[in-house]
Design a protein around this ligand. Structure first.
Ligand code: HPA
Ligand code: ZN
Length: 324
């Protein structure tokens, strides 16, 4: 089964590039930028990666991203993730990036997007990997800041497919970003949002009704509301589920209780993704293997999950035809 999973060409739809920052690369970049980090060894870093909730993780994730300064830093970060895509047989990936994590520290939007664009072209040439970018607004910041980010993105609009919403979910409902999402859609960006990871099912309702998302990131807590489940099925909205992220952030107590199979059984178009693989210790194949073993998923169910990702990707129809 492990070989079967590894051999399948896959798409990844939920991946934060800042969450793919491996400690080894973080040390290298910190050293060349002469930035102190609070760890002396890789072992110390790995020990610090024990989280009790989303916020616990986010604090460490933003601190890690703080060593990224120059275009080359972002380029190296992205190329390291594309290398993992190649190793995991990911042929199409939709990468989220958090501009505000960097612009708030005085890094230009252009530095980040130019590096990502260069890496995208090089990964296509080197490994044949197709990728799209999802610009994610940080929901703990005011909507005004998201508007500023939208404005900064406009000169690079042709490189960005979609807008997302991430960071601290509780207390920051999707409706807080109603206007900036409407403005983003007007600019041609496809809307997605994290909802129902830690937050209640009401936040998923807001993501679909207020932000009018084309996909829901996580969405696990939809299972608490039958009417919502029916609506998600009716509207054919996919969920980008991240099993080992859910485990590491304690949204799932043990992997055998993960809701992925329940979602599939209810007819929801679930997909499997790694979220922040460097922090959760697992890329996409490991996520598939973990749920396959824990939930006793059949080969057919694995194929359904993989096909869901391709079908619900933002690839062109022509690309989708070649993938499926
Ligand atoms: N949830 C919310 N925000 C995030 C995540 C996540 O899993 N990863 C990076 N930012
Ligand atoms: Zn995420």
């Amino acid at each position: 089964m492990q070989e079967f999973i590894a051999s399948l060409p896959k798409a990844e739809l939920h991946l934060h590039i800042e969450g793919s920052f491996e400690p080894e690369l973080m040390f290298d970049i910190a050293q060349r930028n002469q930035i102190e980090i609070p760890y002396k060894t890789i072992d110390e870093v790995k020990k610090a990666y024990q989280f009790s909730c989303l916020q616990d993780f986010l604090d460490i994730y933003y601190a890690g991203a703080g060593v990224l300064i120059h275009e080359k830093d972002f380029y190296d970060l992205a190329m390291a993730y594309y290398q993992k895509c190649y190793e995991n047989n990911v042929i199409h990936t939709e990468i989220m990036f958090d501009p505000q994590t960097h612009t708030e520290r005085g890094i230009a939007f252009e530095t980040v997007i130019s590096a990502l664009q260069k890496a995208r072209l090089d990964a296509k040439e080197k490994w044949g990997i197709n990728s799209l970018f999802i610009m994610s607004y940080l929901r703990h910041l005011p909507e005004e800041s998201a508007f500023e980010t939208l404005k900064q993105s406009l000169p690079y609009k042709k490189w960005i497919t979609s807008v997302g919403l991430d960071s601290s979910e509780m207390g920051n409902p999707p409706s807080k970003f109603k206007d900036v999402f409407a403005a983003s859609v007007k600019e041609g960006y496809v809307p997605v949002a994290h909802a129902g990871e830690e937050g209640p099912s009401e936040y998923i309702w807001e993501a679909i009704d207020v932000l009018k998302v084309a996909r829901i990131d996580h969405g696990n807590r939809c299972l608490e509301d039958d009417k919502l489940v029916n609506e998600i099925v009716k509207r054919d909205l996919a969920l980008t589920v991240c099993p080992l992220s859910n485990l590491e952030l304690r949204n799932t107590d043990v992997i055998t209780n993960h809701p992925l199979k329940k979602l599939l059984d209810k007819g929801i178009k679930a997909t499997v993704n790694s979220d922040d693989p460097a922090y959760f210790g697992s890329y996409i194949n490991a996520n598939f293997i973990a749920v396959q073993e824990a939930l006793d998923l059949s080969k057919e169910e694995i194929i359904t999950l993989v096909k869901n990702s391709f079908k619900h990707s933002f690839a062109t129809d022509e690309q989708k035809k070649s993938y499926l």
